[in-house]
Design a binder for this molecule. Sequence first.
Ligand code: MN
Length: 219
Amino acid sequence: EFELFCQPLVNARTRECVGVEILLRWNNPRQGWISPDVFIPLAEEHNLIVPLTRYVISETVRQIGYFPASRDFQIGINVAASHFRRATLIRDLNRIWFNASPVQQLIVELTERDALLDVDYRIVRELHRKGVKLAIDDFGTGNSSLSWLEKLHPDVLKIDKSFTTAIGTDAVNSTVTDIIIALGQRLNIELVAEGVETEEQSHYLRRHSVHILQGYLYA
Ligand code: MN
């Protein structure tokens, strides 16, 4: 009943698709489409988030032929912090992802809310060593600190949808958007804006050198 969907990551200037984020959707025969806002917390509560993520990784590998066979093509997979414990993620990636040796660039997306408490920094270093990029998801909504960003060394910050939505409408939050963009640039971390839905947001982000955009404006 679970299906994989891909949301394209788009080059802000050329509108070329430079990668995807893999998203899981639950199509239940009786209830219809069940929102991830409902089933992800349930899966976490029942210790099913790790097997569910394993399924996502396997299905992505099984369907890898759909994607451009390019080293520059990014494939983002959402991973829970609990998956980092006892190196489970490294073992799963070795067994499922690296065993199939896809050429595409794997990006592990970790939600900022989770990252601070649970993540073992040795696992993060091991991921980097294996050439996997680390993205901090929903950036701006958690309790980040500069020292934490320095320790984690993420390759990508994904600006939360709420800050994209604030562009041109919400003075306080759009100030935060500018600060996040400046922070990413200062620390030399790649920025991806999530939840881009209007041309105005897209223009603004492009003008402020956010190079990769994602949202319903594109797909
Ligand atoms: Mn994500």
